[in-house]
Ligand binder design. Sequence first.
Ligand code: SAH
Ligand code: SF4
Length: 386
Amino acid sequence: MTELKIENSKAVARSTNLAGLTRTEIETALGCAFSLDAKPARMRVSQIWRWIYDAGATDFAEMTNISKDMRSALSEKFVVARPEITERLVSTDGTRKYLLQLAPGVEVECVFIPGVGRAGALCVSSQVGCTLNCTFCHTGTQNLVRNLTAQEIVNQVMLVKDDLNEWGHGPEDRQLSNIVFMGMGEPLYNLENVAAAIDVISDNEGISLSRRRITVSTSGVVPQMEALGEQTSAMLAISLHAVNDDLRDELVPINRKYPIDQLLEACRRYPGASNARRITFEYVMLKGVNDTDIEARELVRLLKGIPAKINLIPFNPWPGAPYECSSWERIEAFAEIVNRAGYASPIRTPRGRDIFAACGQLKSDSKKRRASELRKQSAGTPVGAP
Ligand code: SAH
Ligand code: SF4
C-alpha cells in the first residue's frame, strides 16, 4: 500500500491511504488495524466504500453514519488522499492534462478529453514509461519504467472527478463517462493491477462506470488478451498501425514476438466481442510509411470476420520524432476506402496538442526538469489541490 505525503511540508505522514484500494485491501487494512473478524470488517468496508467512491469524501469527518469514536480511530491510522498534482494544464480545446507525482521522481500523466454534451473520456496510464519501443511513440523513449499499482490507477480517476466536481452525479449527468487505458504504458504487462483497478472503477456501489465504457488498448501482448476479456469484460483496442509483418516489426517491435496473424487470431477469440461490442483497431497515419490505398484495402481484407471498428489516428509529432503526419487528403482517401467496406472509421481529432496531451505525446520527462524545481519548492501543492 502506498504511503502518501499528506501535507507536503514538514511532516510526512506514514498513514495508509484508503482511497484507490480494492474492497479486499480495505478489509485487510481495517481487520489488521482494529483486530476485526472478516464479517464486521466487511460491513465497515461497505460504509466507508460509499463515502470514498460514491461521495468522494477525503476526510473521515464527513462520514457521518460512522460513530465519532470510530471516525477518530480511523483518522489516527488512515488517510483518504489523492496523489500530488505537480502540473495541471488546460488546452484551448478544453483537454486537461495532469502530471502526478506518485513518489519522489516517479511521475505519470493522465488526460481528460471532453466530448460532445456532458460526455468525456479519461485517458489513464498503467505504467510509468513503457518497456516497448514503438518507433512513433514518445512514451517508449522514456527510461524509467515501473508498473502502477491498482491504487495508483484508480486515484487518477479520483482526482479528475475532484477536478470536474462531479462526485455523486448520476451516470447520465457525468462528464467523465468513459475511461481508456491509452496513457503511458502497456496495460497487458500490468494486467493484475489493471483488472483490480477496473473492478474498483466499475463497482456498482461506487464510481459505477460500466465495463462497456472502459477500453483497454494494447500493442498486441497476445498471451494476455484472453485473460483481459475474462477478468475485466472491458472493451478491447488494438494498436495495429501496419498491415504486413515487415513494417509492423519496425513500428511496433512486439510484432516480432507476436506477429499479425497471431494477433488477429487472439482478436477472433476475444471473450465477449460481437457486433454490439466491437474491437477497435487503431491505425496511426504516418506520411509515406503506412498510408497508401493499397494498405487501406489490405486492412479491410485482414479484418474480415472480426467485429471491428477502425480508428485512424493522425500522427502526433514530438521533438525528434522520425515521422510526419499524413496529409489530410491522404487520411480522408484512406478513410473513404475503409468506410466503403462498411467500417465506421472515425478519424480521431487530435486533442490537446498545444499542451502535449495527445496520443503518444505523453512522457514524464518533466522528471528531470522538475528535480531542481522540486528542491526549490518548500511545500509544493497540497494533496488533492488542483
Ligand atoms: N501501450 C498501449 C496503450 C497506450 S498508447 C498501446 O500501444 O496500445 C495509446 C495509443 O496511442 C496507441 O494506439 C498508440 O499506438 C498511439 N500512439 C502512440 N504514439 C502516437 C503518436 N505519436 N501519434 C498518434 N498516436 C500514437
Ligand atoms: Fe508503449 Fe503503447 Fe507507446 Fe508502444 S505505443 S511504446 S506499447 S505506450
